[in-house]
Structure formats: structure tokens, C-alpha cells
Design a protein around this ligand. Structure first.
Ligand code: ADP
Length: 475
């Protein structure tokens, strides 16, 4: 029954949301990675540029001092080969300044580079002027010193600024790296957590209900309810579980109806069969010793029919939960012995043996039902070993249980059929042709054994034989 307060969350509607959530997280993670990477890259680029500027200022400083030294040497010696070297130095100075100015950021720095450019030009002009006038060395040294120092001062100012810039860029790069680490770890962790939560939710609310449904299907036996399954919070799995519960209910109802019908048929068959049996008996009495052979055959067939109808009635009672046990202390040896005594004379091709302990083997059981168990197993052992052979009944005790075995050397049962043979109306494919039957005996045996708190198992090999073992708990 579906309550009005049940959640209406469906996998169909939740699926796209989960995909959207995961996509947003993945894209967010990628964007965070991209953003922090671009900061790191920009900072690294700044560090590189500032380092290049520091190097340029050092180089300009060196070239200015070299130029001044050459100038002094030239004025003192007038050596012609110094002139091209000086010209090269001047060209290099101009190139270095022009190159540095092209990559400058910010107005203050640009103004300073302009100023340095102007100071260098002023120095070179002064130097050229002094050279043209062939000024004496002392005068030249004195006059060119002032512009040179102004240019060197500007170089120093720029170097300091570039070094400060470089430190700042380095700090920025470190900060960006830290931020990148934090952002990437945080967004990655969030992604993993959401993913794990989604997987756990899928496991808890989808997989577990489906596995429960699967094991309920595997456990399902006609006639056993096995309890309702819930199906979890999702509409789809809940509907699936609901269909399954409805199906189980339907099968149980149909089965109950079938059993009621079968019980009625079996019950109604008993009266005409009893009448038939009485008639045959009175005819046999009438004919006395001269009774025709076909009367005996008729009598045997009526007995068989009665047994089958009895089985059918038993099965319907047991299957519909009407198995009432009259429990008392019973010696299992007696149940085994009385059935061996009953069946041994019915066959000439089998050797029926009984192996029991010398002392009583007591269990709490319904004596008639226990005999019914032995009877069904023993009659099967004889029925399904048409070529005869040994049929061995034994009883033995272990510390916890009493084991009653019935073995034969008959047709055996293929392994794939074994587990289903205890279901009602189930007959073995290979052995069904060997003897008539309704496929009820073993199901009755299993129900009786279950009701006594015991269990039954079978060991069998086709064409070799079978051993059925009933294990009953000791008192
Ligand atoms: P039935 O004998 O009326 O068919 P049972 O429930 O007693 O019904 O047995 C079910 C099936 O199990 C049989 O049809 C037969 O195929 C198989 N079977 C039972 N006992 C034996 C046995 N001792 N050896 C071989 N097959 C057996």
C-alpha cells in the first residue's frame, strides 16, 4: 500500500541534476585552475621582465663607466683605434635604453627611463664636445664627471626600482602559487566529496534496493511470502518493489485458490474410491478362492489411487499451513523398522536392509508423520531403482542430531534437478517415466522434516544411486 507521505523523488528527474552538479563542479575546478595558473604565469613573466631590467641597468652602468674610461685614455693617448670602440659602446647604450623603454610599465618608470635617456645623451654630447676641442685630460675628466654621475645616479634609481619590482613580483608569484594550491585542493576535494556522496547515495538508494529485490526473487518460492520489500526512496525502485510485492501476493492468492480447489477434489475423490474399494472387497468375498485375477489387479490399482489421493490431500493441507504435529518422544528405529517391514515384502527384486543402533534413538516427533517420511523415501527408493538392488535404511546418532538415511542403487538424479525436486508437483525429467506419481512425496517429506526443526539433503549420481538423509535435532 502506498502512503500519501512517500517521497516522489525519481531517478529520471534526479539524474540530470546530478549530471549538472558534477558538470558545474568540474567546470568550476577547471576555471579555478585556469585563473590561478594565469596569475602564476603573469607573476613569473613580471619576475622575468624585472630581472631583465635589472640586468640592463647593470649593463648600462658598466658601459657608461667603460665609455668614461676609454674617453680618458683617448684624451691622454689620442689613439685612433679607440674611436670605433667608443662608437660601438654609444650605439649599445642607445639600443639598451631603447629596448628597456619599450618594455616599461607605469608612468613613473617610463619617466625615469626617459630621464636616463636624456642624461646619457647629455653625457655623450659633453664627451664628444670635449673630444672635438681636444680638451686637456684634467679638464675633460672634471667636465664629463657631472653628466656621467647624473646618468649613473639615474641608472642606480632605476636599478633600485627594478629590484623592488622584482621582489614584489616574486612575492606575487609565491602568493599566487599558494592560492593555486588552496583553490585546486579545495575545489578538487569538493568534487571528490560530491562524487563519493553521489556514489554512496546510488549504492544505498538504488543498488541496495535492487540487490534486495534480486535476492527476494531468488528466495521466492511459490507459497512462501518472504515478507514485503520496500524499494527505497526513488519512485522507480519503489514501483519495482511494489510490482514484485503485488506479484508475490497474486501468486500466493492463486496458489491458495488452487490448493483449496485441489483439496476439495481430493476430498470428493475419496468417497467414490472408498465405495469402489468396498465393492471390490465384497466381490472378492463372493467369489472366494475362485476370484478372478483381475479383481486383485483392480484392488491394487484402487489402493494406488487411494494413496495418490491421500498424498494430494496431505500436500494441500501441508502447503496451506494446516500441518498439525502431535509431538511426543518417538524411537526413530521403530519408525524405520515398521516401514521396512511394510515395504520389504512388496518387492522381490530389491534387498531391503535396516541398520540401526542397539539402544533407542529418541526424538520429539509426530510418530505417524515420521513414518510417512520413511515410507515416502523408501517407496521412492524402490520405485526409482527398477532393476532392483540394495535399498539400505539406516539410523545413526551424532552429538547434535539423529540421521536417518535411505539409499538405493537406482536411476539417480542429475545434479541440476536436485534442488527443485522438493518443490510440489516437481518430477525428475529422467526418472519420471520409471514410475507413476504426482511429484508430491518429497515436498511432503521436506515440509514434515522442516516442521520438526530438521533438514533433508540428497546425494545422488545418475545411474549409480541416491542417498536421502533426514537430520532431526536430538531431544
Ligand atoms: P513422485 O515420486 O510422485 O514423482 P516425489 O516428490 O516423491 O514424487 O519425487 C519427485 C521426483 O524425484 C520423482 O519424480 C523422481 O524423479 C525423483 N526421485 C525421488 N526419489 C528418487 C530416487 N530415490 N531415485 C531417483 N529419483 C528420485
Amino acid at each position: 500500500m502506498q502512503s500519501g507521505r512517500e517521497s516522489r523523488i525519481s531517478l529520471r528527474s534526479l539524474g540530470p541534476w546530478a549530471v549538472v552538479l558534477l558538470s558545474v563542479l568540474v567546470v568550476g575546478h577547471a576555471l579555478a585552475l585556469l585563473w590561478t595558473s594565469s596569475i602564476v604565469w603573469r607573476s613569473a613573466h613580471d619576475v622575468q621582465r624585472e630581472t631583465a631590467h635589472v640586468n640592463t641597468t647593470n649593463e648600462i652602468d658598466r658601459m657608461l663607466r667603460e665609455h668614461h674610461r676609454l674617453e680618458s685614455v683617448w684624451l691622454a693617448t689620442r689613439e685612433n683605434e679607440l674611436e670605433p670602440i667608443q662608437s660601438d659602446l654609444e650605439a649599445s647604450l642607445r639600443r639598451a635604453v631603447a629596448h628597456a623603454r619599450a618594455g616599461v610599465h607605469g608612468e613613473t618608470e617610463a619617466r625615469r627611463w626617459r630621464r636616463l635617456d636624456a642624461e646619457i645623451k647629455a653625457y655623450i654630447r659633453t664627451a664628444e664636445d670635449l673630444a672635438a676641442r681636444h680638451a686637456p685630460v684634467e679638464e675633460a675628466a672634471q667636465k664629463s664627471r657631472q653628466p656621467l654621475e647624473r646618468a649613473l645616479y639615474m641608472v642606480g634609481v632605476l636599478r633600485e626600482q627594478n629590484e623592488a619590482n622584482r621582489e614584489r613580483s616574486l612575492a606575487n608569484a609565491e602568493w599566487a602559487l599558494r592560492i593555486q594550491k588552496v583553490v585546486v585542493i579545495a575545489s578538487g576535494a569538493l568534487l571528490v566529496v560530491v562524487f563519493v556522496v553521489l556514489v554512496l547515495c546510488m549504492h544505498r538508494f538504488v543498488l541496495v534496493p535492487l540487490l534486495t529485490l534480486r535476492s527476494a526473487l531468488e528466495r521466492f518460492r511459490p507459497g512462501e511470502s518472504g515478507g514485503e520489500i520496500s524499494g527505497g526512496p526513488f519512485v522507480e525502485t519503489r514501483e519495482l518493489a511494489q510490482r514484485f510485492n503485488e506479484m508475490v501476493e497474486l501468486v500466493i492468492r492463486q496458489r491458495r485458490d488452487q490448493l483449496t480447489f485441489l483439496a476439495a477434489v481430493a476430498h470428493d475423490l475419496r468417497n467414490p474410491l472408498s465405495a469402489l474399494k468396498l465393492t471390490v472387497s465384497s466381490l472378492e468375498r463372493e467369489y472366494g478362492a475362485a476370484k478372478p485375477e483381475r479383481f486383485t489387479r483392480l484392488d491394487r490399482q484402487i489402493d494406488r489411487l487411494s494413496r495418490m489421493v491421500g498424498d494430494l490431500l496431505d500436500a494441500t493441507r501441508i502447503e496451506s499451513g494446516q500441518l498439525e504435529l502431535k509431538l511426543k518422544e518417538v524411537d526413530v528405529r521403530e519408525a524405520a523398522r515398521s516401514m521396512v517391514d511394510l515395504y520389504a515384502p512388496t518387492t522381490t527384486t530389491h534387498r531391503v536392509t535396516l541398520d540401526v543402533p542397539d539402544t533407542p534413538v529418541i526424538v520429539r516427533a509426530d510418530a505417524l508423520r515420521l513414518e510417512q517420511v520413511v515410507s515416502n523415501l523408501l517407496s521412492n527408493a524402490i520405485k526409482y531403482s527398477p532393476r532392483g538392488g540394495l535399498v539400505a535404511v539406516s539410523v545413526r546418532e551424532t552429538p547434535d542430531e539423529v540421521v536417518l538415511s535411505v539409499s538405493d542403487q537406482g536411476a539417480g538424479i542429475p545434479p541440476e534437478e536436485v534442488s527443485r525436486l522438493f518443490d510440489p508437483f516437481r518430477r525428475g525429467l529422467g526418472t519420471a517415466d520409471l514410475a507413476p506419481g504426482a511429484g508430491l512425496g518429497l515436498s511432503i517429506v521436506r515440509r514434515i522434516v522442516d516442521a520438526h526443526g530438521g533438514r533433508i539433503d540428497v546425494e545422488s549420481k545418475p545411474y549409480v544411486g541416491s542417498t536421502f538423509r533426514v537430520r532431526l535435532p536430538r531431544r
